[in-house]
Design a protein around this ligand. Structure first.
Ligand SMILES: C[S@@+](CC[C@H](N)C(=O)[O-])C[C@H]1O[C@@H](n2cnc3c(N)ncnc32)[C@H](O)[C@@H]1O
Length: 344
């Protein structure tokens, strides 16, 4: 920890009232999870006192409590204000456009460490027909079209007309590629008409995942294969000094933001219940190490605000949580379950 950080932490610790030196360090530990080293504490206290930002209370005895001076309080407020400005600049507050958001997600490499696992599990071969259920703006379509080559077909299906239009505009001119606006709960396709189904981050949003999987099994040819990949949002963890606030943020995502937030861990069971034979279950954990990039996926600011409204976090805890995230270093991780299953 740098001296300037240590001084700021001491100012924060004294903001609620006078404390003895050892109690200052206890208050610092409550916020950061660790005490300042003895040398670091005493040199930071000496510097703050020399600058007139803290002062000992006039009391008898050797252990005189320390308090903030007016100048110290002003410096603390200025520093916290500057940190809040950095946080606000780093984290977006507005809800992004849905199509732009999905396109952006396709570009986050850290989230796609499992895509190679999916392709290997799907094992598409030239000439086959692949159905991409919930294709969004079609980010995975080039990968699938490349695997089945021009002799095969890729059909991207999505219930949102804007997603279909965007996917068509970007990839519709490719030979063998087509897009269809339809609901995965009632696929407008004949039974046993596709060789492979790719379903990537769709069941987490489906009203009835069991029905979507039954429909998937219906359109697969005997011997055909489906690959499913869904996050388990309860595995979303942060390296953050405020563990309780991090847990509250994740609980809110699980309870209120994502409809089927833990469907990832249920995939193998649900595929079996839909009459499919499960061939492989591979949980893959992705690490996000860039706070701004993670924000584009997780919407820290707006979801923290929603968590406050829903009573999962106090406004103060949410702001402190965001400020510490922005100050970095940053690390978050989430596990995506990849399941391959076939129709016998
Ligand atoms: C998180 S996006 C994933 C897009 C794409 N599969 C990917 O991973 O880049 C989820 C997509 O599933 C679509 N979707 C959700 N429920 C659906 C349903 N019942 N039928 C068809 N599409 C659906 C949404 O419109 C959205 O485009």
């Amino acid at each position: 920890m740098q001296t300037a950080d240590a001084q700021l932490l001491i100012l924060c610790a004294l903001a609620r009232g006078p404390l003895h030196g050892y109690a200052v360090n206890t208050a610092v530990k409550e916020v950061t999870g660790e005490r300042l080293g003895r040398g670091s504490l005493s040199s930071a206290l000496a510097r703050l006192e020399a600058k007139g930002l803290i002062e000992p209370l006039e009391m008898q005895g050797r252990q005189r409590p320390l308090r903030l001076t007016d100048a110290g309080r002003a410096v603390l407020e200025r520093e916290l204000h500057a940190t809040a400005l950095v946080t606000q600049r780093m984290f977006e507050a507005a809800v992004p456009d849905r199509v732009a958001y999905q396109r952006r997600l396709s570009g986050v490499e850290a989230l796609h460490t499992y895509r190679d696992v999916m392709v290997r599990a799907l094992a598409p071969v030239p000439g086959q027909t692949v159905l991409d259920v919930g294709c969004g703006p079609g980010g995975d379509v080039p990968l699938l079209a490349g695997a089945v080559t021009a002799s095969g077909r890729v059909l991207g299906l999505d219930r949102e007309p804007r997603m279909v239009a965007d996917a068509r505009a970007r990839h519709g001119q490719r030979s063998g590629v087509a897009f269809l606006g339809a609901d995965a709960h009632a696929l407008p396709l004949a039974s046993a008409c596709v060789d492979r189904v790719w379903m990537h981050r769709v069941l987490q949003h489906a009203a009835d995942p069991a029905l979507v999987l039954t429909e998937t099994a219906r359109v697969l040819r005997p011997g055909g294969r489906v690959v499913l990949a869904e996050p388990d949002w309860e595995t979303l963890v942060f390296d953050h000094p405020d563990l309780e606030a991090s847990r509250a943020y994740t609980r809110h995502v699980v309870d209120r933001i994502i409809r089927n937030a833990v469907v990832g861990r249920q995939l193998a069971r649900r595929a079996t219940e839909a009459g499919l034979a499960v061939d492989a279950v591979v949980p893959v954990t992705s690490a996000l190490r860039d706070a701004a990039e993670a924000d584009r996926v997780l919407g820290f600011q707006r979801n923290a605000e929603r968590a406050v409204t829903a009573g999962y976090l106090t406004a103060e805890a949410a702001q402190g949580w965001l400020d510490a995230l922005a100050a970095g270093p940053f690390l978050a991780s989430v596990t995506v379950h990849v399941v391959a299953a076939s129709r016998e």
